[in-house]
Design a protein. Structure first.
Length: 179
């Protein structure tokens, strides 16, 4: 992974960071707006809290706790930020899930919650699991062990349920690796 990162030019990094920041700021690339009060339910609401980085910048922090307004293209290009300084927090994904849910997008909401769980798992393990979930790559027992690992080691209950469902579907459709 480190070799791949060294091969990426600063221009590519700058363009990617600009796209991410623009998306987080509602596509306008502007600075964050003033604090908005949470909805009466205590959960975020699409009508008042979206886009999150613009309307609730106080909630958007990196994995290291760095506020969004301290993540700049110049700092990334200058090497002043580590990868974890620009990595998303599970809480931010949960906030986005609440916004999606309040906006009538339950599938997006569940995907964001599953993604939040994945942030607790080392990247190399996520990639290994991705490969193992491809058809004919794992036995049912291996998939069930993966689900147990997700649930017990990483507290990723949504992802564990997903893997268990995949194991059942693969079994039904004959897509499991021969034991």
């Amino acid at each position: 992974m480190a070799d791949v990162m060294n091969d990426i030019s600063p221009d590519v990094i700058e363009a990617a960071v600009k796209r991410v920041l623009s998306t987080l700021n509602g596509g306008n690339g502007g600075s964050s707006a003033a604090y908005a009060a949470p909805s009466s339910s205590g959960k975020l609401d699409a009508k008042t809290d979206y886009p999150l980085a613009k309307k609730r910048p106080d909630l958007v922090k990196s994995a290291t706790g760095l506020p969004i307004d301290e993540i700049t293209v110049d700092k990334v290009v200058a090497g002043k930020l580590a990868f974890d300084d620009i990595r998303i927090r599970p809480e931010t994904l949960e906030y986005q899930a609440q916004i999606a849910e309040s906006g009538g997008r339950p599938h997006v909401s569940s995907n964001l919650r599953r993604a939040a769980e994945l942030t607790r798992i080392p990247d190399t393990r996520v990639l290994e699991m991705y490969v193992a979930l491809r058809p004919y790559r794992s036995t049912k027992a291996e998939l069930m062990a993966m689900a147990d690992e997700l649930e017990n080691k990483y507290q990723a209950k949504i992802c564990a349920k997903f893997v268990r469902e995949a194991a059942q579907v693969y079994e039904k459709r004959g897509r499991l690796k021969e034991a």
